[in-house]
Design a protein around this ligand. Structure first.
Ligand code: SAM
Length: 213
């Protein structure tokens, strides 16, 4: 989304990352696992420092990078995160265990489309829900998540501008057209939702902040 020069500038304004952060970023790169861009991660962490959510639900764990970074921003929070890929689920468990954060981060192995509603009767409400899984399913993830969100809670969605194509679908390669259309519809859905006010921030790959009013 951001042009390279701007991204480079913003990244180098950030304080140096801890060794474990660099290691996880390296692991993601080596294994070709998509994780949140550094500048948008930094932004989400700032939102977490300000809003201090007691409980966070994440949809799309991958190797545990964003869950661990959200916890870094607010070490008292408790996080539930869902991943359907078995290898990534195991990598996330290993990383979380290695950093001794297993008492703060609970990783659920399964399809979020099935697992989210199971949390409804068993878990306290979540103050923040972070959607970062299959982009074609964003609307479904959002709808399933709403009943789990506390009053004045926040839903954050990553990749809502998807490489800039969402603002200019004609420029999108054919293979992405369907997904780009779905994200565009999702953004329209968010912006017109009567229970939420949403801001779309052009940071990283585009981050939507939806506040339950
Ligand atoms: N949030 C992670 C981070 O920044 O460190 C990155 C998540 S990655 C972009 C998306 C992940 O969502 C993938 O690991 C994928 O396997 C998982 N995923 C996709 N659809 C899912 C679903 N329906 N249920 C659970 N996980 C899903």
């Amino acid at each position: 989304m951001l042009d390279e020069q701007l991204r480079y500038y913003l990244n180098q304004t950030h304080p140096p990352k801890g060794e474990w952060v660099k290691e996880l970023e390296e692991q993601a790169k080596t294994d070709h696992v998509p994780i949140m861009e550094s500048v948008s991660m930094h932004f989400v962490m700032q939102i977490i420092r300000i809003s201090k959510p007691k409980r966070i639900l994440e949809i799309g764990t991958a190797i545990g990078y964003s869950a661990l970074r959200m916890l870094e921003a607010n070490p008292n929070t408790s996080i539930v995160t869902i991943e359907r890929d078995e290898v990534r689920y195991q990598q996330a468990l290993d990383n979380i265990q290695r950093l001794n954060k297993q008492h703060h981060i609970d990783v659920i192995y399964g399809d979020a489309l099935e697992e989210i509603s199971k949390l409804q009767n068993t878990a306290d409400p979540f103050d923040l829900i972070f959607i970062d899984a299959a982009k074609g399913q964003y609307k479904r993830f959002f709808e399933l998540s709403v009943p789990l969100l506390s009053n004045n809670g926040l839903i954050i969605t990553d990749n809502v501008l998807f490489r800039g194509y969402v603002a200019n679908p004609e420029s999108s390669p054919k293979k992405y057209r369907n997904m780009v259309d779905k994200i565009k519809n999702y953004n329209d859905f968010l912006m017109s939702h009567s229970d939420f006010t949403t801001s779309i921030i052009p940071v990283g790959d585009g981050v939507a902040l939806s506040y339950k009013t």
